[in-house]
Design a protein around this ligand. Sequence first.
Ligand code: C2O
Ligand code: CU
Length: 445
Amino acid sequence: AIAALYVQNQAPASAAGHDHHGIDIATLTGPRQGSPDVTFTLVAAHGKIKLTSGTEIDGLTLNGSSPGPVLRARQGQLVEVTLINTDVTEGVTLHWHGVDVPNAEDGVPGLTQDAVRPGGRHVYRFVPDRSGTFWYHTHRDSTENVARGLFGALLIDPPSGPATGTTHDTTLFTHQWPGGEDQVSALGTADTASTEHVAPRTPVRLRLINSSQDPQRIQITGAEHRVSAIDGNAVHEPGPLPSGGMLLLAAGGRYDVSFPMPATPVIVSLHTDGSATVPTRTLTPGAGGAAITPPTGDGPLFDPTHYGTPDATPGPAAPTRTQKFVLDNGFGFANGGFTWANTVNGASAPAIPTVMVDLGDTVRVRITNRGIIDHPMHLHGHRVRVLSRNGATADGSPWWTDTLNVAPGETYEITFTADNPGVWMDHCHNFEHAAGGMLWHLAYT
Ligand code: C2O
Ligand code: CU
């Protein structure tokens, strides 16, 4: 019911009051008053996108490119983004994936706003409360329109600003572009060269973002490296991972990887279909560089369950609510017909019941995947902490995530605090699965 209060228009803070359940309406929108610290304008339009492979596709662009511009702000700043839709007939919204914005800024059409029609615009305002690597994407016809290009990076620096000095800070997307006979996977922006020169001993920070529909396996060869953040959450005392190590990145997920640049090249490669290796981005220590030997074979797979060391955060609180989700797939009735469906507790949207919570609840959720495909589960508006995976307690740095890849046969226990009132979407970040019914809502009583 509270959603209805701001679906059509964002109530200004001056109209603040309480809904009949006692939730302060002002907490549902970003600050409407005051001048923003940073402003961006993103213009969505049809356009040509040139891929690293040289192929040109008819895509959807933001300010003329895809990925769209890197939006960069500091934790605690008031960010204002104006979205303008030129000619995307399906409509466009912007969802700030991983940033726990107030509900009305969340960019979910039909739930927190109307999609922006061609010729229209919408203003988002929010204050990021954590630094880290995030991204934005349209949430309207996501299966098609994120794939076709309506996404970009959102980097939040600490309040003191970006690391100064020599840090080489690079953002790489792994993305599946539609069109052509094959889907082309590209690690890197669509139109940049695949080699970067980095002076030896320079601290390197690679921000890896998976904007595709599937989990991606990324291999880093040539340097011992550390995963310094997962989904924008810093890892406490991350340990070294060997050259050749593999990172499995959930669809929608991010890893920040750091290492000092060695005197020899470092190759970041994408393992498509679990076999072929695509060397996609090479860091060389100087112009010309040394000869590159592409990696052969898979190194050890990164396991966030036992990575880093515990920090000062108190352990997980006792749950005040519990929930179980069994993910499955098979033939059944969905979308008005007999079809292949992805299900949650045996149901597909819109038949999946809304999960109700009270403000302040500690919610514990058990998620099991009984099906045969990966499901990257993404809850809007809240980060979750992973407590265990397949019965093994997560015992390293607290593992915070917003997009948890639940592979076939896996069971996770997660917990989150119900601290962000509103009506939120919870869905599989394989957008095709979401469109096929694997989505539901979380609402506050
Ligand atoms: Cu990045 Cu609802 O998604
Ligand atoms: Cu799925």
